[in-house]
Design a protein around this ligand. Structure first.
Ligand SMILES: CC(C)(COP(=O)(O)OP(=O)(O)OC[C@H]1O[C@@H](n2cnc3c(N)ncnc32)[C@H](O)[C@@H]1OP(=O)(O)O)[C@@H](O)C(=O)NCCC(=O)NCCS
Length: 155
């Protein structure tokens, strides 16, 4: 397996996996997500792929086939009430549905963690939907801890 920055050639695979994630979310919250759609348009993805403050990392099999991605976004914290620090936000992480459970997610996460450490980030953060039990178990297995709770009342 090889992991590195995703490239424009990966666009079709990234779009395919974005649809898989959207389906996972739509199955959990059909009131909030539309199955068959994806989070970003092709135009938005083309911009993100070139943005060094929002690196997308990708895992490839030895034959070059696309296995999964991790979207990230660098955040600078320098508010009046906080010590200055950088956070790497994991915006989206997905392994192709045909090869889940084979430690591709772990390899991607560990690569991103090492990259963040080497680039002076203080922490990694992300949001995960309640009831996405497999993702919660995965992040727990990676050593992540709950930082805060997002609350909601549907009206
Ligand atoms: C979550 C996801 C990225 C994990 O990737 P993966 O390659 O399947 O996971 P790994 O094989 O690296 O699993 C690493 C560890 O996480 C835990 N884990 C992974 N999937 C799990 C599941 N379905 N149920 C329980 N634990 C799980 C296990 O502890 C596992 O270690 P083990 O195999 O030695 O027991 C992948 O399942 C996925 O793409 N899911 C759909 C998209 C999604 O929900 N993404 C998160 C959005 S926030």
């Amino acid at each position: 397996m090889k992991i590195g920055r995703a490239e424009t050639k990966d666009l079709p695979d990234i779009e395919r996996l974005l649809e898989q994630v959207c389906k996972v979310h739509a199955d959990l919250r059909p009131d909030l997500f539309i199955a068959g759609n994806r989070k970003y348009t092709e135009e938005e993805l083309s911009v993100i792929l070139k943005d060094d403050s929002r690196p997308i990392f990708a895992a490839y099999d030895d034959d070059g086939s696309f296995m999964g991605y991790c979207f990230t976004a660098a955040e600078e914290h320098k508010g009046f009430n906080e010590p200055p620090h950088k956070t790497l936000y994991i915006d989206d992480l997905c392994v192709d549905e045909n090869i889940r459970g084979r430690h591709v997610g772990r390899a991607l996460y560990e690569y991103v963690r090492n990259w963040a450490k080497a680039n002076g980030f203080y922490n990694l953060t992300l949001h995960v939907w309640e009831n996405n039990e497999s993702a919660k178990s995965f992040y727990n297995a990676m050593g992540m801890k709950i930082q805060l709770y997002g609350m909601e009342e549907v009206l």
